[in-house]
Design a protein around this ligand. Structure first.
Ligand code: ARG
Length: 588
């Protein structure tokens, strides 16, 4: 793997410390916090003083004296109390950057194909259209799957549909009420059902809320729904067949919405797929005395040594025999650990489900799943309206995801028209631009915040062409592309990077810090680090472009180098945006 400048420098400084009989680790070099004075600094002499090495200033001078011949360092200076300031050679910097840019992943990818990461995100529910609450899991989960894949992990994403709870019984009863003569309800019939679905997604979207409201007030209806759910789970043929139609028509709509967002899954499994794993799971829990019977229910208690409950128990099976949300999650994890052999399982799910995952994970620990697998709730905060409460439509209803995307598109069209972008472009291209701008708007606005924070949905602000927004980044990429096209038109070609001037240096250091940014993003499962990097890069390119008159540059070698640097910036911005799930535009 390509070494970073920090690694190259830390190596020779470490060796110098060793020559003074001091630990190699003291040679650790980092970016300078005074970029006006130095590129990098080494603070090891101060740490050495704590180990009894004496005056840090003297130590620092001795380290400098012991430093081996190298091609990295331009100048060194020791400042009190004992900092070593380092300026690197510009041709070394240029060479580092060319090496990095010759790699498609900018030196990020490693061979991690033996490490399987399963990412559980999306979590849409059958018969319910997705709403704003499903936006964050889709955007963050998708970005994480892209980034982990880019880093070299073997990634498997799973939508984990909500397709197995009491809602399913409510739907069955709801359909029965509306179309009582359907063959699915005849207990005598077990095969030969018609191919076609008796319901559309519109039917389901009407039936579900009606029945769900009814079950809250009418115990008889609730009891019927509960019974239908049990029969479904027990395998009653007509119910299973009907239920498969519910899932299929829902999935078709879900695919449309996820498609618009540019979000995909490797697996479209659901809670129901955990069903075959429930019996062996319950058996193992019982054999290991992890589960107990409690007032007819089967539970996993969580107790400390003194026998005190440390958190509420996980309910596996209610006294009526129904399994719960936690049971299907634990059984799904059982499959992921035992059959899929995942080393890491990430749950990109709303922070309001923290307690649920704590219970599921605690039960998993008792089963020893943590010996082979690391599971984590990579949770996120809420999207709020300007009133600080969860975002709603104007009339106070639930904001459907599909409508939200249409709103963002409408806003993009408006903004584009206002600023006269692409006024003369063909209609189809204008629509494509509006779509990509809308998606960039929504995704960047979400991902730029650390995921655990809530944020306020402000489409006006998110869609600005200035500031830390998706449209700003798209515009910067389109701008660099246009510069490169202009250069090509006059046969000005990109060439070798040369020893660089000051603003090129800033840009080069930024480009070189991509690797560290990606590693941080992976480690914290937090794409906002990448957003920050891309925004800074775009801004630094902007000031570089203002200072360097690329097209007017008379020195052809210099011009070629500036063009090369611009090209690298464009590539890194594009790769980075792709990792956020944002597609770029050729022009706008
Ligand atoms: N369907 C669930 C909901 O809408 C989210 C599922 C999250 N994933 C999981 N493995 N529990 O709340």
């Amino acid at each position: 793997m390509l070494t970073s400048i920090e690694q190259d420098l830390s190596q020779i400084f470490g060796e110098a410390f060793e020559l003074l009989d001091l630990p190699f680790e003291l040679g650790q070099v980092q970016r300078s916090n005074r970029p006006d004075l130095a590129d990098f600094q080494c603070n090891g002499a101060m740490a050495a003083a704590k180990l009894g090495a004496g005056n840090p200033f003297v130590t620092a001078e001795s380290v400098v004296a012991k430093l081996s011949e190298n091609n990295f360092v331009e100048t060194l200076s020791v400042v009190r109390p004992g900092f070593i300031n380092i300026l690197v050679k510009r041709d070394y910097l240029a060479q580092k950057l060319s090496q990095l840019a010759s790699d498609q992943t900018f030196g990020c990818a490693e061979d991690l194909s033996g490490h399987k990461v399963m990412i559980d995100f999306g979590g849409p529910n059958v018969a319910k259209s997705m709403h704003v609450g499903h936006l964050r899991t889709a955007i963050i989960g998708d970005s994480l799957q892209r980034i982990f894949r880019f880093k070299g992990y073997q990634v498997v994403s799973d939508a984990h549909l909500g397709d197995w709870g009491t809602q399913m019984g409510m739907l069955i009863e709801g359909v029965k009420k509306r179309q009582p003569d359907l063959i699915y309800f005849d207990p005598q019939v077990t095969t030969g059902y018609p191919e076609e679905s008796p319901v559309t997604i519109a039917d389901l979207e009407e039936i579900y809320p009606t029945e769900s409201a009814l079950c809250k007030t009418d115990p008889t209806a609730a009891e019927k729904a509960r019974k239908a759910t049990l029969e479904l789970q027990d395998g009653r043929a007509g119910y299973r067949t009907l239920w498969k139609h519910f899932v299929a028509v829902s999935v078709a709509t879900l695919k449309r919405d996820y498609g618009e967002l540019g979000v995909g899954f490797d697996l479209w499994k659901g809670e129901s797929d955990a069903d075959p794993f429930i019996p062996p799971l319950l058996e193992e829990l019982a054999n290991k005395a992890i589960s107990i019977q409690d007032q007819g229910a089967l539970i996993v208690p969580f107790r400390d040594e003194a026998g005190e409950n440390v958190m509420p128990p996980l309910i596996l099976r209610k006294s009526d025999g129904a399994v719960m949300y936690g049971t299907t999650d634990l059984a799904t994890l059982y499959e992921r650990v035992r059959d899929d052999k995942a080393q890491t399982v990430l749950y990109v799910v709303d922070g309001r489900q923290q307690q649920h995952f704590k219970q599921v994970f605690a039960a998993a620990d008792l089963l020893g799943f943590n010996e082979t697998t690391q599971y984590e709730h990579s949770y996120f905060g809420t999207v709020n309206g300007k009133d600080g409460k969860p975002f709603k439509t104007r009339s106070g209803g639930v904001m459907k995801l599909h409508d939200l995307i249409q709103m963002a598109k409408q806003q993009a069209r408006k903004k584009l028209a206002e600023s006269n972008f692409g006024a003369d472009f063909p209609e189809a291209e204008k629509e494509e631009i509006a779509h990509k701008v809308a998606i960039a708007t929504l995704k960047f606005a979400d991902l730029r915040n650390f995921r655990i924070k809530d944020y306020i949905f402000d489409l006006e602000k998110f869609s600005e062409f200035e500031g830390k927004t998706g449209p700003y980044l798209l515009m910067q990429v389109a701008r660099i592309k246009s510069i490169l096209r202009k250069a090509q038109a006059v046969n000005a070609e990109a060439g070798d990077l040369l020893a660089t001037s000051d603003n090129e240096k800033t840009l080069s250091f930024r480009l070189l810090s991509f690797q560290a940014t990606i590693d941080r993003t992976v480690e914290k499962r937090a794409p906002h680090y990448l957003c920050e990097h891309l925004y800074n890069l775009a801004q630094e390119f902007s000031s570089f472009y203002q200072k360097q008159h690329i097209m007017k540059e008379a020195d052809k070698a210099k011009q070629a180098s500036l063009l090369r640097l611009s090209e690298i910036c464009m590539q890194q911005l594009e790769v980075g945006l792709q990792l956020l799930g944002i597609e770029t535009l050729e022009r706008m």
